[in-house]
Every structure is written in C-alpha cells, then in structure tokens.
Design a protein around this ligand. Structure first.
Ligand code: HEC
Length: 351
C-alpha cells in the first residue's frame, strides 16, 4: 500500500512518523527532566527558608534571650519572644502573608514537644528517627500527603547546639516557673546537648511543583511541535521543487521520445535543458538525458533519410527490372525484328 503513494507523500509520511516518535520521546524525557528540575527548585527554596529560620533561631538565642533573661526569671507570665522556636514560627507566619508563600508550612516536628502543636506525626517521627540513626544525613525531601493533600517536603535535623537551650529543656525544676505555668511540665524536657530532638519541616503543595513543571513542559513541547511541523512543510516544498518536478519534466521528455513526437524546438527539451544547468545529481542526469534525447532524434532522422534513399533505390531497380522484363518478351523481340525489317525495306526503296 505504501508503494502506491507519491514521493512527496511518502517523505511527508516517513518524516511525520519519525517526528511523532521524536515528539513522544521528547515528551516522556522532558516531562521527567522538568519535573525533577521543578522538584530541585522547590527543594532549594525550602532549604533556603530553613536556613533563614535557623538564623532567626540563632538571633533569638544570642540577642533576644540574654536581654530578657532577667525579666523571664521573675515574670509571672512566660515571655514567648525569648524562645527560638517561637520566633521562627512567628517569622514564618509573617512570611506566609506574602501570596507566593501562603501555601508553605513550617514546623519543628518534635517527638517530645513543649507545645503540643509541634508534636511530630507518624511520618515526621519516621524522619526524626532516620536523622537520629544517621547523624551524617543532612536533609531529606520528597512527596507525601498532609491533611489529605499531596505535598512536597524538605526536612532537616534540629540539634540541641548550645548550652543555652538546656535552661528550659532539661527538667521542669530547672526551667523558668512561668514556662511551667504556661506549658505544663509534660513535654520538651530531658534533652541533651548535641541530641537530634526534632525535624525542621517545610511543606509545599505538590500542585505548585507540578504546575511549574507543566508550564515549562507545555512551552517546550509547543516549540518542538512548531519546529517539527516547519521542517516537514519545508522538506515537502523542497522535495517537490528540487526532485519531484525535475523527474516529471524528464519523464515528459522521455514520453515524447518514445512516442516519436520530439521536435528540436519542443518545449520539453527546453525545460530539461534549463534543468541541466543545475550542479547537482539531477542536473547531471538532465544533461545526460537531454544529450541522449538529441542523439536519439538525430539518429532517427538519419535513419529516416536512409530509408528514403533505400526506397528510391528499390524503386529504380524495380523500374529497370520491369523494363528488362518487357524487353525480354517474345512480343517485344518480334516487334523489334519487324521494326528492323521495316527500316531495311525503307532503306532499299530509297536507294
Ligand atoms: C526560654 C526558654 C527556652 C529556651 C532557652 C529554649 N527553648 Fe525551646 N522551647 C521553649 C518553649 C516555651 C517552647 C514552645 C514554643 C511554642 O509555643 O511553640 C519551645 C519549643 C522548642 C522546639 C519546638 C518543639 C517543642 O518542643 O514545642 C524546639 C525544637 C526547641 N524549642 C529547641 C530549642 C533549642 C535547640 C534551643 C536552644 C537553641 C531552645 N529550644 C531554647 C523554651 C525554650
């Protein structure tokens, strides 16, 4: 069935098939690459945010806490602003008022929290234990579900890095009285220096990751499809102009030669002659073809003349044969004899 198609159609079909394969392959590869890229981008942004939160924590421990330590010791009410975890959370809530970050979530997920809202869920507990088992592990990231929503997470281990933390997190007895009256003596105690006690979590809705990947993918696919379509169209036009039409023109000349209707001023000959000026393979073919057509024409003309000459010769021969036949007949011989006799008698009479 493929054999029935014209050259142009064949090429278009083959190219389209190749391009279709190319487009599908690009789609599969690109969608994976772009998704990975989007993940990396979101992950990098999450890590920057965790770093920023750590800076806020350090700032609170080293600058705010010493300023308010004296007040905290005697205060009836606990001063939450002295707590690194509190300031980090507050700063992040402020950040969330920015539309670009409103769907982000920050949490210091702890196995034994001071504030119950920081209680690690099953998934976070698993991450904390993973960090505890491998102190070399600096971060974890991936997809999970949070409140029935698909999210991308970044996690970092949170370590008791300085002695100052222990003032509030060792035992309820050593902690400020106001802390106990506000938070109770249940959680957030018994921590040791350099112990991993929580995971800093950043959550981003997966839709944010995928939509950015989808946007890039759509854009790239549109560009690829447009380029492929252009290549097919241009190839088709070029093929028609530089191959299909010249071949048709040469076929036209061949048709004339075979039908013996070629004249030296035939239009087909002029067209192929123009074609023969081309430097490519078809130009050479046209040159050979045109020469051949001319030679065939010349030879045919010669042959015709020869046939004519032979015809004439045959005619002459026939005539002399006929004359001979006539002269050889008895009647003619007799007639000749009679003519001779007649001539002789006439000569005698004249004498
Ligand atoms: C002034 C007392 C105080 C100091 C000092 C302090 N914390 Fe806390 N920490 C608290 C309180 C109170 C909370 C609960 C804050 C809230 O409401 O979320 C808390 C919360 C946390 C949390 C979140 C989990 C939880 O228990 O709710 C972590 C993690 C934490 N602290 C680690 C540290 C580290 C590390 C340091 C030292 C850099 C430190 N804390 C220093 C009082 C303190």
């Amino acid at each position: 069935m493929f054999k029935r198609f014209k050259l142009g159609t064949k090429f278009t079909l083959i190219l389209s098939l190749v391009f279709l394969g190319g487009i599908i392959a690009s789609f599969v590869i690109l969608s994976q690459v772009l998704e990975k890229r989007a993940e990396e981008e979101v992950s990098a942004r999450g890590l920057v945010l965790i770093e920023a939160m750590n800076s806020v924590r350090t700032y609170t421990s080293t600058q705010i806490n010493p300023l308010l330590a004296a007040d905290l010791a005697v205060s009836e009410e606990f001063i939450s602003q002295t707590v690194p975890a509190f300031s980090a959370r507050e700063v992040f809530e402020t950040l969330r008022t920015n539309e670009a970050y409103q769907n982000y979530l920050y949490k210091e997920a702890s196995l034994n929290p001071t504030n119950p809202r920081n209680q690690a869920n099953a998934f976070e507990t698993m991450l904390v234990n993973q960090f505890r088992a491998d102190p070399e592990l600096a971060q974890l990231s991936g997809f999970t579900t949070l409140n029935d929503q698909q999210v991308f997470y970044n996690a970092r281990p949170l370590v008791i890095g300085s002695e100052s933390c222990l003032a509030c997190h060792t035992t309820p007895e050593t902690a400020p009285a106001s802390l106990i009256s506000t938070y109770g003596s249940e959680g957030g105690f018994g921590w040791n220096l350099h112990e991993i006690i929580a995971a800093q979590m950043i959550y981003v809705p997966a839709d944010d990751v995928f939509s950015s990947a989808r946007l890039s993918l759509t854009l790239v696919m549109i560009i690829i499809v447009v380029i492929f379509a252009l290549v097919v169209a241009v190839t088709n036009v070029l093929l028609k102009r530089s191959v299909v039409r010249p071949v048709e023109q040469m076929a036209g000349l061949a048709q004339r030669v075979s039908a013996d209707t070629l004249a030296p001023d035939a239009q087909e000959l002029a067209v192929v002659e123009r074609l023969s000026y081309r430097q490519d393979e078809l130009g050479h073919t046209a040159l050979v073809f045109q020469k051949m057509a001319k030679e065939v024409y010349a030879r045919e003309q010669k042959l015709k003349r020869e046939v004519q000459r032979l015809n004439i010769q045959i005619d002459e021969q026939k005539r002399s044969q006929q004359v001979q036949q006539i002269t050889e007949t008895d009647y003619f011989q007799d007639l000749q004899k009679k003519v001779k006799q007649l001539r002789d008698t006439q000569v005698g009479e004249e004498e």
